[in-house]
Structures are given as C-alpha cells and as structure tokens.
Design a protein around this ligand. Structure first.
Ligand code: SF4
Ligand code: SF4
Length: 309
C-alpha cells in the first residue's frame, strides 16, 4: 500500500440540477431515468469499494456536475460513508436546497459541506436557515458564491449574518474577461475572502509539485482515475487490484491551476496546514488565527504566484 490516506474527488455521470443559475450549463437540466439508474449503481459500487479499504483512511468529496444531494442515493451514500471508521471525511459540493432530516443518520463529525449560495435561486433567509441546521448538528461547512458584480450586496449580507468563523469564499467570475472587476469591487471582494486573488488570477503550476495523482485523485463513475478534474490523462482504474501502483508524485503538466479544488493540493501554498481537517469542504478551522494565516498567505501568494495579476 503506497499511502496511508487517500483523498478522492468523486464525480459520477449525474449532471442535473433543481436550480437555474444563469452562469451554469447544468441549470434545470434533467437526467434521463437510465442515467440516474447508472449513476446510483456506480455510486453504490464506489461506496462498497470505500467500505472495503480498511487498511487506509479515506477522504471523499462529491463534486457533481449538478446537484447530487437532492437524490436519495447520494444521501444514503453520504450517511453510510460517514459511519465508516476509516473515512475521515465525506463532503459534498451542494446548493443546500434539500431538507435536512437525513443528516440525523450521519456521523456529524465526519460529514461536511461546500455550500454555494446562488442569489436569484433561493432567498438568503432560506439558505441561512439551512446553515443554522448544520450548526445545530455541529457539521463543518464553508459558504461561498460566484463573484458576479451584482452579487456583491448578497456577499455583504452573507458576511454579516453568517457566524464569523465560517469561511466565506468567492469564486471569480471569468466569463467577461480580466477587466470585469472595478478596483472598488476588488477591495470589497478581498475584504471578505483573503484568497480571492488566488482564485481570480490562478496559480502558475507547470512543473510544480501537486499532491494530485499521489494522495488525491479524481474518480468518475466507471472508476476511471485522473489526477485531478482538469488534467485529462487517465492514470488507472480504482477497481483494479493493483491500482495503488499508479499513485506517485507528478509535477503539474498545465500552465495554470485556476480552481481551489485543484491548487488546494499544491504543497507550496500550505493549504493543507491552514485548512486542516476542513480542506475538502474548503472550511477553515474555527479560529481567527487560521483566518489571519490565510489572509497573510493570500496577500503573499497574490504577489508571488498569481499568474495573470
Ligand atoms: S446550483 Fe450549481 S449545478 Fe445547479 S444550476 Fe446552480 S451552479 Fe449549476
Ligand atoms: S496544480 Fe491544478 S491543474 Fe495541476 S495537477 Fe494539480 S490540481 Fe491539476
């Protein structure tokens, strides 16, 4: 066995969503019954595989194209994984639109959520009500949104009403080019998310160390393994008995890494140390010390690593 711990970013064929965000290709898309059946069967196989991996610990992040947790199969899978002693974390990217009763069947210390607020698709009160339900269960989560300029008021309201310890991230809106943000927009965005500039500019990554392909992998419904979601080369199949031989250090082959889900695994950025147990769900530990460390790191890296600034 090569590594005592493996983080897996899982993305099955599901590509549908109950929301209609104008910036998303999966808005209100529906999957066929056959796709949902195949997705659920592949998910069940993955959960069985994870359950059998008792000689190592696992972290799992569901990163669906659409919204997975409106589907009972994903709720069952998440609950089951959270109760397995060797699963350190089972997290999911989600719009938090679902009823929360099923969380009572989970181990709250091991489930976590990467929650995105989508103004226009739900109200702030409704979204924050779901966050309160996570808080009541002691579940770790982060909150963020797509940084469109018209979302700045929602961002300020979120920051005001979320618990101060909750990390509020902003994903840069890139569809309208590099001059989209005005200087005062950037100040407002940086004041909320000290790491915003890293996301806006991306990281120069070619040839640099990245833990993906060694202790972090991206897996699809067929078990096909790639190092991360954006490097297309296949490195193996999760269900091959000798799959572990595919895990080894590999420098990044791409010029730029532009998503938190990727550059979070570049050791020189120190995210694993700063985010700690919350790395998969993008949540900072409940401490202002960590928040200040991220702020400093953001400012330092914004100067030294940003590729387009
Ligand atoms: S909630 Fe997410 S997946 Fe659904 S439409 Fe909006 S951005 Fe797309
Ligand atoms: S740096 Fe980003 S793009 Fe490069 S291998 Fe790592 S996650 Fe993938």
């Amino acid at each position: 066995m090569r590594d005592a711990h493996l983080d897996i970013l899982y993305r099955g064929p599901l590509a549908s969503c109950n929301y209609a965000c104008p910036y998303c290709p999966f808005a209100k898309r529906r999957d066929s019954r056959e796709t949902l059946r195949r997705d659920a069967a592949q998910l069940a196989r993955f959960v069985d595989w994870a359950g059998a991996q008792t000689r190592r610990t696992l972290g799992i992040l569901f990163t669906p194209w659409g919204e997975a947790l409106i589907r009972p199969a994903y709720r069952r899978a998440t609950a089951r994984l959270s109760r397995m002693p060797h699963i350190r974390r089972v997290a999911a990217q989600t719009n938090l639109s679902w009823p929360t009763g099923w969380l009572d069947g989970c181990d709250p210390t091991r489930i976590a959520f990467w929650c995105t607020f989508h103004p226009g698709e739900t109200s702030l009160d409704r979204f924050l009500g779901r966050c309160v339900e996570l808080d009541a269960r002691g579940i770790s989560y982060s909150v963020g949104l797509v940084g469109k300029r018209e979302h700045l008021a929602a961002l300020a309201a979120l920051r005001q009403r979320l618990r101060p310890e909750i990390y509020l991230w902003v994903n840069a809106y890139r569809d309208e080019g590099q001059n989209y943000y005005r200087p005062d927009d950037l100040e407002r965005l940086r004041a909320v998310d000290p790491l915003f500039d890293l996301n806006r500019t991306g990281i120069r990554s070619r040839g640099r160390a990245c833990a993906t392909g060694e202790s972090v992998v991206s897996v699809d419904g067929d078990g096909e393994v790639r190092r991360c979601h954006v490097v297309p080369a296949r490195i193996g199949n999760l269900y091959d008995p000798d799959f572990d031989t595919a895990l080894r250090p590999r420098p990044c082959p791409l010029a730029q890494c532009r998503c938190h889900i990727g550059y979070a695994h570049m050791p020189h950025l120190g995210f694993r140390e700063i985010f700690g147990d919350g790395l998969l769900e993008r949540a900072l530990p409940d401490s202002t010390v960590a928040a200040n460390a991220v702020r400093r790191k953001g400012l330092e890296r914004g100067r030294s690593d940003a590729s387009l600034a």
